[in-house]
Design a protein around this ligand. Structure first.
Ligand code: MN
Length: 477
């Protein structure tokens, strides 16, 4: 996908100035080293031009968002109709062609040409007046830190575009009686674009029965390249391969990039998909256990934003109050992209679900700064809760816990972090992501139009309670 660059100007300063504005704008666009391409579209001088380009942006599937910058003053009443129509993410880039003010060269002509300090204020006003969701980024266009900020926004815009077309396949319903994994699928489609629908587990079993020996052999080779395992476990692992192939065939057939399942509905299956779900996640599919399609969808979005990143479906399990750490794991389904070392496939008894011992990847999670994300249905609105965490190498080897696991400490401190999470209503299921920045997170929530609760080093339960009360006012409109 591409981003469109639109420069604001007007006829007041004459043809020569407009030519220079266009030349400089193209130079700025060429100088932006970003993860996704930016294309210079036009120097807008009239209401009609602006309305036209906004309509084109809306209908162009390859346009992920627009970046505007006012090289000169660009009277904002001519932007109203166009911006009011705009449905794509918008970034107002408050830059300037020259970094410094030249002593000799500067005269009134120079001032009229290089006046984003002036024109971008008019542009900022109309954005604020329209209550238009937008990212405002100030800084010199050659500055790598400024470009990194635009790159952050691009990631969010790409994530939002992915979200708009995301399909989620549910195998079976949500786990019985669980509240936090429920949600309004109509609201989710309206807000986020997700199409969340169900397929019978029987269809999956039928698909599993059609998987050939050759297909399984091929996937077993891939497993052997990526993971260590004992030959004695071959048959059990081959069964996971059969499950993975069948699940992926249905996902591909339906154009879906995420799925959920539940241990309560595995009718006709011998093993809970463990390795199968883990390896699918590593290929970019979102996953949620116990029917948790919201976490499946969020996992898929994060993976689409960071295709080479580290992100997994995760679950808060057990605390160590002494070391102030949360132990995160799941019955099986943790993505190997967060592994510190080469994972091992092992087969062990699983006390839940009443099925045969399943094959799963076992590993320890990597160290580093990360975020835990939880999307909840707060009743009439969606709330995205994001907590800053620091992942650490587990301080003991836990030899009788043969699952993938991670340990982390939440911000602002262990106990205050737990209190904040519970006050906000965060789930026990999360997406653990090592790549998402605070700026990208805010951009994403703004573009999607959902409530964002950030629990970072400056958070406190007291502030959070007031913030949530304000949220009730804002989102009850
Ligand atoms: Mn769970």
């Amino acid at each position: 996908m591409k981003f469109w660059f639109v420069t604001g100007s007007q006829f007041l300063y004459g043809e020569e100035t407009l030519k220079q504005v266009e030349k400089n704008s193209k130079k700025i666009v060429r100088g932006l080293k970003l993860p996704f391409p930016v294309e210079y579209k036009l120097t807008a001088k009239t209401e009609a031009e602006i309305e036209k380009v906004m309509k084109q942006a809306n209908f162009d599937d390859d346009c992920a968002g627009i970046i505007t910058f006012c090289h000169t003053f660009s009277p904002s009443k001519m932007w109203i109709n166009g911006l009011a129509l705009l449905q794509k993410p918008w970034l107002h880039f408050h830059t300037q062609f020259n970094e410094s003010i030249p002593n000799e060269e500067i005269d009134m002509d120079y001032m009229n040409l290089h006046q984003s300090a002036h024109g971008d204020r008019e542009h900022g006003f109309i954005g604020a007046r329209l209550r238009a969701p937008r990212a405002v980024v100030a800084g010199y266009w050659k500055d790598p830190a400024v470009q990194a900020r635009i790159a952050d926004w691009q990631r969010a815009a790409i994530g939002a575009a992915f979200s708009r077309s995301l399909k989620i396949v549910r195998f079976g319903d949500n786990m019985r009686e669980v509240a936090v994994t429920e949600g309004d699928k109509v609201e989710v489609q309206l807000r986020l674009g997700w199409q969340v629908n169900t397929w019978p587990v029987g269809d999956l079993v039928e698909e599993m029965n059609k998987v050939t020996k050759a297909e399984i052999d091929k996937l077993m080779k891939e497993y052997a390249e990526l993971y260590d395992f004992d030959k004695k476990d071959n048959e059990t692992i081959r069964y996971q391969a059969r499950e993975e192939i069948a699940i992926e065939k249905i996902l591909v057939r339906e154009g879906a990039m995420a799925f959920s399942n539940t241990f309560q509905d595995l009718h006709g299956m011998k093993q809970l998909p463990g390795l199968a779900a883990q390896h699918l996640m590593s290929k970019g599919y979102g996953f949620g256990a116990e029917g948790d399609w919201k976490t499946a969808g969020m996992t898929a979005i994060i993976k689409a934003m960071y295709p080479d990143g580290a992100a997994s479906f995760m679950e808060d399990y057990t605390y160590d109050y002494k070391h102030e750490l949360i132990l995160g794991a799941h019955m099986l389904e943790v993505c190997p992209t967060i592994a510190a070392d080469r994972p091992r496939i092992e087969v062990h008894h699983l006390g839940i679900g009443g099925k045969e011992p399943p094959a799963r990847l076992v590993f320890e999670g990597r160290e580093g700064k990360a975020k835990a994300l939880s999307l909840i249905d707060a009743g009439g609105r969606l709330r995205l809760i994001a907590q800053d965490v620091t992942c650490e190498k587990p301080f003991q080897d836990m030899p009788n816990l043969p699952v993938a696991r991670a340990m982390w400490r939440p911000e602002p401190s262990f106990l205050k972090g737990l209190e904040c999470w519970l006050i906000a209503g965060g789930a026990h299921h999360t997406v653990l992501t090592f790549d998402l920045t605070a700026d990208t997170l805010r951009d994403l929530a703004r573009i999607l139009g959902i409530e964002l609760v950030e629990i970072d080093s400056s958070a406190s339960p007291e502030k959070l309670e007031r913030e949530l009360m304000l949220g009730d006012l804002i989102y009850s409109r």
